[in-house]
Write a protein that binds this ligand. Structure first.
Ligand code: GUN
Length: 302
């Protein structure tokens, strides 16, 4: 009896994101239909891919598929890896000017030799559906309305869907990237969210001390095995943002996807964790669609 009870009590909870993403997409579909029925053209997004990075190509394809499934207009620009920075900037200028483009996304990372900051800064903040421009990040930092980066936004949606309370909770974010870690911390600190946030980086002295103190851990380092169950206390929530390709000759493609957390190590623990695949990656795409619909609504009538 005791053994059965302790197995039930110490069971990992899988926070799958498929149903969360589907619910978000369904809601976007409904609001898009309404928007179009009101006489507006369908929302539209321009996606720029530079080079042939395999993972980036996959992400861009998934974004295109999601846009198509919602009836959004989608313009794809695939540029050679050796494209001149000035050509890329000229393309962004053109897209900024076009009335039939609501959102612009430049898939990152960009090849060496292209100044990522300069490229992002060139996107009009009103069309910055990634929420990466200094204007949007700045607005997020001071609590103003802005486009919010899609992965942190998707994480907030997932936490809310699963009823995970954040107010007064300790949240440890591992990773300080402009795409995930920094905007994530800003969202968690917002009035109304009110989490107590710790942001760790590669130089953090005792990572385990910070994660063991956390009610929620968000791991976004891009390194498999950054944490395992020894880093997590009972009852905590782990949000795994990593999507890493690791060699696996048993798979048809020669690799499998794994997160930044050692998922299997949690199997007999009282911990809630998002899987990879089937986790936060799905939310990133859905929230991009949400931001694109928002961009179209704000630009209505143009
Ligand atoms: N590369 C990895 N994640 C993202 C993202 O959310 N947006 C863009 N543009 N590039 C990325």
């Amino acid at each position: 009896m005791f053994v059965i009870l302790s197995i039930i009590l110490s069971c990992m909870r899988r926070l799958g994101c498929r149903k969360v993403a589907d619910a978000v997409l369904e809601d976007i579909r409904r609001r898009t239909e309404l928007f179009v029925r009101e006489g507006n053209r369908a929302p539209s997004i321009a996606v720029i891919l530079v080079g042939e990075d395999a993972a980036s190509m996959t992400y861009v394809r998934k974004k295109a598929e999601a846009a198509a499934s919602l009836g959004f207009m989608h313009f794809q620009y695939s540029l050679d890896a050796d494209v001149k920075e000035s050509e890329l900037l000229t393309l962004i200028d053109e897209l900024n000017e076009r009335d039939d483009v609501d959102g612009i996304l430049v898939q990152l990372p960009l090849p060496e030799g292209i100044d990522e900051d300069k490229v992002i800064d060139r996107i009009s903040p009103e069309k910055d559906v990634d929420g990466f421009t200094p204007v949007n990040i700045g607005r997020l930092a001071i609590g103003k309305d802005s486009f919010v980066p899609c992965t942190p936004l998707g994480i907030m949606k997932t936490l809310s869907y699963y009823g995970i309370e954040l107010s007064g909770k300790n949240v440890t974010v591992i990773g300080r990237s402009n795409i995930v870690g920094k905007p994530m911390a800003l969202l968690l600190m917002r009035h109304g969210v009110d989490a107590t946030v710790t942001v760790c980086n590669t130089r953090t002295k005792d990572l385990r001390a910070h994660t063991l103190n956390a009610d929620v851990i968000i791991v976004a380092t891009g390194h498999p095995g950054t944490i395992d169950s020894s880093y997590v206390r009972d009852g905590a929530v782990v949000i795994d943002v990593g999507v890493n390709r690791v060699e696996d000759s048993t798979r048809e493609k020669g690799f499998r996807l794994t997160g930044d957390a050692d998922y299997d190590s949690f199997s007999d623990r009282d911990v809630s964790i998002t899987p990879v695949p089937g986790g936060i990656g799905l939310m990133t795409v859905s929230m991009l669609m949400e931001n694109t619909l928002q961009a179209a609504i704000r630009r209505r009538g143009r």
